[in-house]
Ligand binder design. Structure first.
Ligand code: 13P
Length: 317
């Protein structure tokens, strides 16, 4: 394992003005997204959509990396493998390696082999997501998830791939900001306890997590300043400063909400690079405009570029 190289990749993923596009929706999830535009998901339509995103002229100014799904990393854009295509634009290809079954060690078996294959295909980094619902965050549950993340991080670094550990606290529910902060803090504390007890190099990984917000069904929605204070307060308590960057997921916030909250968080700042790794907040608008039609590609790309630019600006405040 080349530690310096891992650290360099981690740093370049959170380079100034840039962030990560999460385009790693599983087969089931991409169908859910396509349902909104009445399109059937299959390997061809999935590629047509993702090609529209990846070939958008100018995105390399705002995107440092793209997280791919297993199907996509094996596909080609104009005769070039997707990871090679992205790299030719100066965008680092990454790969989601959890199987969406976060509660058990499922997927860790055989992961070593999978990682070696992805590395050969050109992946530079990996992502593993574990999900916690606020009402399910018992100590045992949180402990089990943290264990999975630390084992994943060790294997990923050993394979020469920068791990993005993604413990997500879902926005589902009526909980308030204080509750979200309590659970986020509980989850992140456990994650870093386990990571520190393992052989993981903290400077060669990234943390991807949620902003601290009230639940989406709470009638009170927080101001960006409230979100920012709670988020940074939590991180200051639990995220080691050796971690080079924290990238946020958007978690079902609207594109504007996620962008405004990111700007407020970055304004307060901290010892890490703060950036984005949005899925929906970057994709909702171009997906809607594209609507599965070839003739809409150009305007969909404009919508995508505009959102990338706004989010990049938000992190540069
Ligand atoms: P959202 O930004 O849509 O929450 O997706 C980010 C992600 O990668 C979830 O794993």
């Amino acid at each position: 394992m080349n530690i310096t190289k891992l650290q360099d990749i981690a740093k370049s993923l959170v380079a100034s003005k840039k962030g990560i596009l999460a385009a790693d929706e599983s087969t089931k999830t991409i169908q859910k997204r396509f349902d909104k535009i009445g399109t059937q998901s299959n390997p061809e339509t999935n590629l047509a959509y993702r090609k529209m995103l990846f070939t958008t002229p100018g995105i390399e100014e705002f995107l440092s990396g793209v997280i791919l799904f297993d199907e996509t990393i094996r596909q080609e854009i104009d005769g070039v493998s997707v990871p090679k295509y992205l790299e030719s634009k100066g965008i680092l290809p990454g790969i989601k390696v959890d199987k969406g079954d976060w509660r058990v060690n499922n997927g860790l078996n055989g992961l070593e082999r999978g990682l070696a294959e992805y590395k050969k295909m050109g992946a530079k980094f990996t992502k593993w997501r574990v999900v916690t619902k606020v009402e399910e965050a018992s100590l045992d549950f949180v402990d089990g998830n943290a264990e999975v993340l630390s084992k994943f991080a060790v294997l990923s670094q050993q394979a020469g791939l920068v791990p993005i550990i993604e413990p997500e606290i879902l926005r589902d529910g009526e909980h308030n900001l204080v509750k979200c902060q309590e659970i986020t803090s509980r989850v992140l504390t456990k994650v870093f306890e386990k990571i520190k007890a393992s052989e993981v190099d903290l400077a060669g990984l990234l943390l991807k997590t949620n902003m601290t917000t009230s639940g989406q069904d709470n009638s009170h929605q927080d101001t960006p300043e409230e979100v920012a204070h709670a988020t940074i307060e939590t991180f200051n308590e639990v995220v080691p400063k050796e971690v080079p960057g924290i990238v946020f997921l958007s978690g079902g916030q609207t594109p504007d909400q996620a962008t405004e909250n990111l700007a407020a968080i970055c304004k307060i700042n901290g010892p890490w690079q703060l950036s984005f790794s949005f899925g929906r907040a970057l994709q909702v608008e171009p997906l809607q405009v594209w609507a599965g039609k070839e003739e809409n590609i150009h305007i969909a790309q404009q919508a995508f570029l505009e959102r990338c630019q706004k989010v990049s600006r938000a992190r540069s405040i």
